[in-house]
Ligand binder design. Structure first.
Ligand SMILES: NC(=O)c1ccc[n+]([C@@H]2O[C@H](COP(=O)([O-])OP(=O)(O)OC[C@H]3O[C@@H](n4cnc5c(N)ncnc54)[C@H](OP(=O)(O)O)[C@@H]3O)[C@@H](O)[C@H]2O)c1
Length: 499
């Protein structure tokens, strides 16, 4: 891969958690593999009072081995909400550019609270800092959450599009930066064997789980205004649905792929009215003991009101009304304080139409499963029936699996590393487009609104360390299936997840 073009990366919110934990380490990795531009500088922005030197010291104190990244870091102390400080920013960029002979290309990364996502581009634009000319480009990366509902997302898009063209805006969804998520496309579209079966004629249902074992920690104040539906399902899980369900793009190019994802979102059958309590289960973790250890309930977490009705778990049954997926249920679930941290997609194929054989338990005809493990212990697993050696025709379910760790070169880049590099290269394939973000909000909005207006819809408590409320199990068990339990199958699958 070629080095990206020379540019300056401006990070608003440079004193924050995301910059320290994700952005700077991602830049360090890019530097290690020689994929930073030849001429490159980072300019951190924040109200906190640092000089270049003290900023480097602060960043360094959070890194195990800062390596060579520190000399590339600079800092400008300014309040992003103060319009009058933007000439100072313009002057500093000019100075950095000429000192280091960097072309005028700039990425502005907004790692600030979302309340600044419209303000910063407005002020940047008023100083002409977003204007492109000739080969000179200006790009802006926006962190999640991208809106809190359809109206706010649409408003934000409209205001950004006043100052920027869509191809200058990079809305980050770090799930799309994961190697294993991108591999969904490669598995589907580079192999001849899966795609002919990838439709309602052969697939019984699809399951997607993204669980976390941790609680909200110190982010209670933020999380309480968000909840699992907004924080995980509207963006990450629907993007996974998009990758699993999309039609083959005409080419592997940003708009071709994103057009297909949009069509999936536009085909989601709205969940409204009486269907909401049946198809969308919400839960909240309760004070409980996990393996002898006391775990605080969500309402006892720092920053969370005692009466909070914010969901920390959501499970949903959804349908995609198009020719490929008509009638195939997709079950998606996500939550905090579940037994383990795991994200995976499980495609359940139909059982054989005429069950000739019995399995070891004496029952017949289980469908094959294709498990795509996003994290941890990334890999792919196909479950199928095999004859037990000896007399008769007893069937045993066995696994055919591939583990990323077994590849000779098993280096899996961090999502932020891949996404930053893509933005530097001008490739927005793995970033969310305005229309898709809005379509995803249009799908979840009626649910959020109904939950808000109808307190009678249950918010189920669930003990920490379980897979959420039991009703979420019934949603799928009622149809003679269960959620795949990645922990129980650990030893069998080899795709163990640490408990
Ligand atoms: N942390 C993560 O892992 C993560 C993951 C996904 C998305 N995000 C998103 O990324 C963004 C940044 O997250 P973070 O965790 O780094 O947040 P953070 O630590 O709370 O804040 C980032 C920085 O923004 C600046 N800031 C805070 N309030 C401000 C205000 N009112 N006006 C101007 N600047 C303000 C602060 O710097 P100064 O006080 O120096 O100005 C702060 O260091 C958020 O939108 C978050 O939702 C974060």
């Amino acid at each position: 891969m070629n080095k990206p073009p020379d540019h300056i990366l401006v990070i608003f919110g440079a004193s924050g958690d995301l910059t320290r934990r994700k952005l700077i380490p991602a830049l360090m990795e890019l530097q290690k593999i020689d994929l930073l531009p030849q001429r490159f500088a980072v300019l951190g922005i924040g109200r906190s009072n640092y000089t270049d030197l003290t900023y480097r010291e602060m960043i360094s104190s959070h890194l195990d081995e800062p390596g060579e990244i520190l000399p590339l870091l600079h800092y400008l102390s300014m309040d992003p909400e103060d319009k009058d400080s933007y000439p100072k920013l313009a002057a500093r960029l000019q100075e950095l550019g000429s000192q280091r002979e960097i072309a005028e290309n700039i990425i502005f990364y907004l790692a600030t609270p979302p309340s600044l996502y419209a303000t910063i581009p407005l002020f940047l634009s008023s100083k002409g800092l977003l204007t492109e000319s000739g080969d000179i480009w200006r790009r802006i990366i926006i962190e999640k959450p991208f809106g809190m509902d359809y109206t706010s997302a649409h408003k934000l898009n409209r205001s950004l599009l006043k100052y920027l063209k869509e191809d200058q805006i990079y809305r980050i969804d770090h799930y799309l930066g994961k190697e294993t998520v991108q591999n969904v496309l490669v598995t589907r579209f580079s192999n001849g064997i899966f795609e002919p079966l990838w439709n309602r004629n052969f697939i019984h249902h699809v399951e997607i789980t993204a669980s976390e074992s941790i609680g909200v920690g110190t982010r209670g104040g933020y999380y309480d205004h968000s909840g699992a539906l907004r924080d995980m399902l509207q963006n990450h899980l629907l993007q996974l649905v998009g990758f699993v369900a999309m039609e083959p793009p005409t080419v592997i190019a940003s708009d071709a792929i994103r057009n297909e994802i949009l069509k999936v979102f536009q085909s989601l059958r709205p969940i409204t009215g009486d269907a909401i309590p049946k198809q969308v289960i919400r839960g909240q973790y309760m004070t409980s003991h996990v393996r002898g250890e006391a775990m605080p309930g969500y309402r006892s977490e720092e920053g969370v009101p005692e009466e909070s009705r914010t969901e920390t778990f959501v499970a949903m049954k959804l349908f995609i009304d198009n020719w490929r997926w008509g009638g195939v249920p997709f079950y998606v679930r996500t939550g905090k304080r579940l037994p383990t941290r795991v994200s995976e997609i499980v495609v359940h194929f139909n059982a054989s139409p005429h069950p000739l054989f019995c399995d070891q338990q004496g029952s017949s005809g289980k469908g094959n499963q294709l498990v795509i493990r996003i994290q941890p212990n990334e890999g792919i697993l196909l479950k199928f029936g095999m004859k037990v050696p000896g007399a008769g025709f007893k069937v045993q379910e066995v696994n055919m699996d591939f583990h990323y760790k077994d590849l000779a070169d098993s280096y899996i880049p961090e999502a932020y590393q891949r996404l930053l590099l893509d933005c530097m290269q001008g490739d927005s394939t793995l970033y969310a487009r305005a229309d898709a973000v809005e379509a995803a909000w249009q799908f979840v909005d009626p649910i959020l609104k109904t939950w808000e207006e109808n307190q009678g819809i249950p918010l189920h408590g669930y003990p920490c360390g379980t897979w959420g409320p039991e009703v979420a199990d019934q949603m799928i068990e009622g149809e003679d299936h269960t959620w795949r339990c990645p922990c129980k199958n650990l030893a069998d699958d080899g795709l163990y997840c640490e408990l």
